[in-house]
Design a protein around this ligand. Structure first.
Ligand code: D41
Length: 713
C-alpha cells in the first residue's frame, strides 16, 4: 500500500484470543472476521500492517469457504462482503436527516482575520488579529481568544456514513445537502471504511467525511487503466468521483478509494462531544480513519500559521488538498454561532490557489533543449494557476500530444503543482472550436534549420545540427573539449558559458581561432590561465581519429562506437562517404546508430564544421580500412516483420535476419526489400502489396536465409 499519513492515534487493537481446537464453525467464522477486521484496520486505517498479505489472503479464503459451506452464518458486515454485489439500475435518493451544510470560503489572510473577528464577537470574546505588539494586550487577548480546530480540506467527495448499532447501514453522497444518492453498495467496498465500528458504538451515528484517493494509488490506477486500454483519469478527485458513480460495485471494489472523517450528523444513544477535537478522537477510537494533520490553535494568528505550515508542505502530502478548514473547537460555541444560509458561521475553508485551471491553447511551438531534444510547448492564454500566471505548458513530446489529443484552439486543463513545470493534463473536448488545428511536428529545427530526426523506438524528436545549433552549442563544446575527446584542459563550464554568451565561439572550429587576448578578457580569467587554454587548444590539434569522431557528439556514438568506426573506416573520408548500409557493416553498429550517424553527416553544416576543423590543423594518423569481412548475405536488405509467424517468435525471426546482415525495420516503404507476414498481418501487409514489395511467409524467409548462407562464406 501507499505511504500514508497515519490515520487515527495508533493504539493497536489487542489480537483476538486464540481459538480452542474444538471450536464450532460459528465460533471459527466470528474469530476469522475479528482477525481480518483487525488486520484491515491496521493496514488501511493505521497504515501499520501486522501480517504478510499472503497470510491475510489465507484467513480470507478460509472464511469464504466456511461461509459457502454454512450460508446461514453469512452476515452483511463480513469482510468477504466487500467485493461488490450485483450492479444497480440507478442510485436511490436519500434524504439526509441532518442536512449536510456547505462551507464558507476565504482566500486572503484578511478573510481569516474577519472570520476570527466575527466568531469572537458572536461569542463575546477577543479577536486576535495580529501578533500583539504590547505584551499586556497579548496576554489578555490570548486568554480570551477563540479556540479553533484546524484540519485539511481534502479534495474528494463529501459522504455521509450511517452506522446503526455499530454497523454500516447506509452511505450517501452530499448531493444538494438535503438529498443525496445512496451509494452504500459502492462504499462498502472501501477498505478504509469499517463495516462494523470498534468498541462501544452509539445506537445511531452519522459520520461525515471525504472519500478520496491517495496520489500514489491514483498513479497506479492510471497506469493500470492505460495498460488495459481504458480511459485514464485527469486527477485523483475525478478518479474518486468516477469510481463512486459506478452502478456496478465490482468496479468500485477495484478502485483504491480512501476516507477521512471530519463531521457528525445524526447521533443517538450518546452525548455530543464537548469539542471538535474530542469528536475526531472519538471517531478514531471507533476505528474510523481520521487525518493526523490537525491542530488546535487560538485566534487568527494560530489559524494563519497553520495555513502557512500546511501550504509549505502541500506538495509533499500524499493526497491532494485544496485548502485547510478552521472550525470553532467547542461544540456549544459552534451551536451558539449558528448558520447563515446553509453554511455554519463557526467554520471557514481557507483555500489554496487552485492547481488546475482551464485556459485555451493559442499555439503549439517547439523548443530545442541542450541535447537537441525538441519539446512541443503549448502557448496559453494567461491563466492564474498554482499561485502564478502561466502562459506556457509543456506537452512533453509528439506521442503525448496525440494521446491527449491536444489541438491548437482547444480549451485545456492546465496543472501546476509545486515548482513543477506546468503541464496540460486534459482537453475539454466539448469546447473544441470548429477551426481547431492539429499540431504538426516541424521537420526543421526552429533554432538552426537542421533536420529534425526521430530515431526508431524513441519518443523524442531531436535536432541533427549537433555542431552548429545555437541551442546545443554549450553542451556540444563541453563534450568536444572533455578529456576523453579532444582533451582541452581548462575549457570548462564557466569559460564555455562566457565564450558562447558573448558570441565569441559558435562551433568547435572557432576554438582554434582563439587568441590569448580574447580569453584573457573574460570574467575572472588571468593571463596565465588564458595562455594555458590556448596552449591546450593547440596541443589538441594532434589527436586520434577515434577521439575526433567521439568529440563530434553524434547521438548514440560513444567512445566504444567511435573506436569501432575509426578502426573500420581507417580514414575520415571513408566515414564521411559511408551510407547507412555501409555503416551497418561496422562491428556493433545497429540500425539506430547507423541512422543517427547518417542523419548527422547528411547535415551539410556539420560536415562544414568538420572541414573547418581539418583546415585549422586538427589531424590524426590515418590508416587503411580494416580488412573487410565478407559481406553478410543479407546486408543492405531491409525487411519488415508483421503478424504472428507459425513457429518463430518475432524476436527470434529478427535475430536470424539481423545475424544475416539484414536491417529489420518497423514500417514498410518503397525501400523495403521484403515483408515477412504471419497470421493476422494488418496494415503493413496491405502497404507491402500496394507498393509491390515481395511478401514472404515464414518458410519463405527461412528459404531466403538458407539460399543466401552458401555464397556468404
Ligand atoms: O476536507 C473537507 N473537504 C472538509 C469538508 C472538511 N475537512 N470539513 C468540512 N466540514 C464541514 C462542516 C463544518 C459543514 C461539517 C467539510 C464540509 N463541511 C463540506 N464538504 C462539502 C461541503 C461541505
Amino acid at each position: 500500500m501507499t505511504a500514508k499519513t497515519p490515520g487515527a492515534p495508533a493504539s493497536a487493537p489487542a489480537p483476538a484470543a486464540a481459538l480452542p481446537a474444538d471450536a464450532t464453525p460459528a465460533q471459527r467464522v466470528l474469530w476469522l472476521r475479528d482477525e481480518l477486521d483487525r488486520h484491515s484496520y491496521q493496514y488501511y486505517v493505521l497504515d501499520a500492517p501486522t501480517i504478510p498479505d499472503a497470510d491475510y489472503d489465507a484467513l480470507f479464503s478460509e472464511l469464504q469457504a466456511l461461509e459457502t459451506e454454512h450460508p446461514d452464518l453469512l452476515t452483511d458486515d463480513s469482510p468477504t462482503q466487500r467485493v461488490g454485489g450485483a450492479p444497480l439500475a440507478a442510485f436511490d435518493s436519500v434524504r439526509h436527516r441532518v442536512p449536510m451544510l456547505s462551507l464558507n470560503n476565504g482566500f486572503e489572510d484578511d478573510d481569516v482575520v474577519s472570520f476570527d473577528r466575527r466568531c469572537a464577537q458572536g461569542l463575546g470574546k477577543t479577536a486576535v488579529a495580529a501578533p500583539a505588539d504590547d505584551l499586556f494586550g497579548a496576554a489578555d487577548a490570548a486568554d480570551n481568544a477563540v479556540e479553533y480546530s484546524c484540519e485539511l480540506k481534502f479534495d474528494g467527495l463529501a459522504m455521509s456514513l450511517r452506522y446503526e448499532d455499530g454497523k454500516l447501514v447506509q452511505a450517501a453522497t452530499r448531493g444538494d445537502g438535503e438529498t443525496g444518492e445512496d451509494v452504500t453498495a459502492n462504499v462498502r467496498t472501501i477498505k478504509a471504511i469499517p463495516l462494523k465500528l470498534r468498541g462501544q458504538a452509539p445506537a445511531v451515528l452519522e459520520v461525515r467525511g471525504e472519500v478520496f484517493m491517495y496520489r500514489a494509488d491514483f498513479d497506479k490506477l492510471n497506469a493500470r487503466q492505460a495498460e488495459a486500454g481504458e480511459k485514464t483519469f485527469v486527477n485523483p478527485r475525478n478518479a474518486a468521483a468516477g469510481s463512486l458513480r459506478q452502478l456496478d460495485p465490482r468496479i468500485t471494489a477495484k478502485r483504491p478509494l480512501s476516507f477521512f472523517a471530519y463531521g457528525l450528523g445524526e447521533l443517538q444513544g450518546a452525548d455530543r462531544p464537548p469539542t471538535h477535537g474530542v469528536m475526531l478522537d472519538g471517531f478514531a477510537a471507533l476505528g474510523l480513519p481520521v487525518c493526523e494533520e490537525r491542530r488546535v490553535v487560538k485566534g487568527a494568528e494560530g489559524l494563519l500559521s497553520f495555513h502557512r505550515d500546511i501550504g509549505a508542505r502541500r506538495d509533499q502530502l500524499p493526497y491532494d488538498i485544496d485548502g485547510v478548514v478552521y472550525k470553532v473547537n467547542a461544540i456549544p460555541e459552534q451551536e451558539q454561532l449558528g448558520f447563515v444560509s446553509r453554511a455554519p458561521r463557526f467554520a471557514l475553508a481557507h483555500k489554496f490557489p487552485a492547481q488546475e485551471m482551464t485556459t485555451t491553447v493559442e499555439d503549439i511551438e517547439v523548443q530545442v533543449g541542450r541535447t537537441g531534444a525538441i519539446t512541443p510547448v503549448a502557448r496559453l492564454a494567461p491563466v492564474f494557476v498554482g499561485g502564478v500566471t502561466v502562459t506556457n505548458a509543456t506537452l512533453h513530446n509528439e506521442d503525448e500530444i496525440r494521446r491527449k489529443d491536444v489541438h491548437i484552439g482547444d480549451t485545456v486543463i492546465v496543472r501546476r503543482a509545486g515548482d513543477v513545470i506546468p503541464e496540460v493534463v486534459a482537453v475539454v473536448l466539448e469546447r473544441r472550436p470548429a477551426d481547431a488545428r492539429a499540431f504538426v511536428m516541424p521537420t526543421a529545427c526552429p533554432v538552426c534549420g537542421s533536420h529534425v530526426e526521430k530515431l526508431e523506438g524513441e519518443v523524442i524528436a531531436r535536432c541533427t545540427g549537433g555542431l552548429i545549433c545555437a541551442a546545443q552549442r554549450k553542451q556540444a563544446l563541453l563534450h568536444f573539449a572533455q578529456r576523453r575527446a579532444m582533451d582541452i584542459e581548462g575549457l570548462g563550464d564557466k569559460v564555455v558559458e562566457q565564450l558562447v554568451d558573448q558570441g565569441i565561439v559558435r562551433t568547435p572550429a572557432d576554438l582554434y581561432k582563439l587568441g590569448v587576448a580574447k580569453l584573457a578578457a573574460l570574467d575572472r580569467m588571468a593571463d596565465k590561465s588564458a595562455s594555458n587554454i590556448v596552449a591546450a587548444i593547440d596541443k589538441s590539434r594532434e589527436t586520434t581519429l577515434n577521439r575526433f569522431i567521439f568529440a563530434l557528439g553524434i547521438r548514440h556514438v560513444g567512445e566504444a562506437t567511435a573506436k569501432d568506426l575509426a578502426k573500420h573506416f581507417g580514414k575520415l573520408d571513408n566515414l564521411l562517404a559511408a551510407d547507412e548500409a555501409a555503416l551497418l557493416e561496422v562491428n556493433d553498429v545497429g540500425p539506430v546508430v547507423a541512422q543517427s550517424i547518417a542523419n548527422f553527416l547528411a547535415e551539410a553544416h556539420n560536415v562544414e564544421v568538420i572541414e573547418q576543423l581539418r583546415a585549422a590543423g586538427v589531424h590524426w594518423p590515418e590508416s587503411e580500412p580494416a580488412a573487410r569481412a565478407a559481406p553478410l548475405p543479407l546486408s543492405g536488405k531491409t525487411i519488415v516483420l508483421t503478424g504472428t509467424l507459425p513457429t518463430l517468435s518475432r524476436e527470434e525471426a529478427k535475430e536470424k535476419l539481423e545475424a544475416a546482415g539484414a536491417k529489420v525495420a518497423g514500417s514498410v516503404s518503397k525501400k523495403t526489400d521484403y515483408v515477412v507476414a504471419g497470421a493476422e498481418a494488418g496494415s503493413k501487409l496491405e502497404k507491402a502489396l500496394a507498393l509491390d514489395v515481395p511478401v514472404l511467409d515464414e518458410d519463405g524467409m527461412l528459404k531466403l536465409l538458407a539460399d543466401n548462407s552458401g555464397d556468404a562464406q
